[in-house]
Design a binder for this molecule. Sequence first.
Ligand code: PSV
Ligand code: MN
Length: 390
Amino acid sequence: MNEDTATRARRILRAQRIETPSWAYGNSGTRFKVFAQAGIPRTPYEKIDDAAKVHELTGVAPSIALHIPWDRVDDFGALARYAADRGIALGAINPNVFQEDDYRLGSVCNPDPAVRRKAVDHLLECVEIGRATGSRVLSVWLADGTNYAGQDDIRARQDRMGEALREVYDRMPESMRLLLEYKFFEPHFYTMDVPDWGTSFAQCLRLGERAQVLVDTGHHAPGTNIEFLVTILLREGRLGGFHFNSRNYADDDLLVGAADPFQLFRILHEIEGAGALEPDSGVEFMLDQCHNLEPKVPAMIRSIMNVQEATAKALLVDRARLGQAQVSGDVLGAHAVLMDAFSTDVRPLLADVRRDAGLDPDPLAAYHRGGYQQRIEEERAGGAAMGWGA
Ligand code: PSV
Ligand code: MN
């Protein structure tokens, strides 16, 4: 017998996994100002404590992504054990080849072979860190690009990137995937070397099956139909995962689902259509946000709830009715089926799913009641708060 919609929705919602980013627990800001907050982690270990608290309350955030060197420690095996003791795992390893003077003209695309070597060596080091932490994802974002027409040879830069990524890919253990993230502009303004999913896809195709595209929802030009490109990547088996966040203008890194919950629902609807909400689909749900004004841990909880709500709505779409309306050319009827699901208040369903899992039905209220925020504000009073670039 087929699993009915409600049973399936509960199962998938319970099994969903959303990875939180270590850097979102640190201080962050814009290029104008980083506002310091109280209770900010001073070490990668304290970031893990915060991520573990988020998982404890939501039940669906069992891993934390690391950014190297921001989260560099002497012993990554020990860091992984520390995380495991707190009920979470170390997730994607994010190399950083964008914050050193050497990278002014790029990292793996740099015209200088010595800089390219340095960048590749860092990526290889991250592969080894991933081996030590048991991470299965290497998330590569390259800030490479040019500012002026003629500044460098566009094609040669693609060739240099291909060569560098080949070396990295060949070093990865079988269990690891390389997810190549794209971004349409910034920090460069004439060309970015991986500006869009097509470029990432082309590089991934040359590398092999364990190279896939990473879609950061904030990295598109206004008006881009993200669910369309997500569908194409799913169809080709090359959607590695997401960096979820919201944008109003550019790479705003706001709470996922805050600016446009309907877009998030549409994306999740396509993921569900491809069967990729199943736990073993290989599509990674990761958050990549900066909480510049709002407190970090509750912001993360809120973001996870936003993803859960969009997921629940996508799971409630009456696909049989939708299919009938589509094949009979009933444009408004088909659209109405989607809107019915989107308009459903799924908060009671999610509260129920949490209760079934032994969690508080309202994780945010539980956080505010629990006293964790006061405790970290007191305990982390001394020392240097971690932050963007720290
Ligand atoms: C770049 O804007 C990005 O989205 C990449 O994922 C980075 O690793 C991350 O932000 C953190 O700066
Ligand atoms: Mn990102």
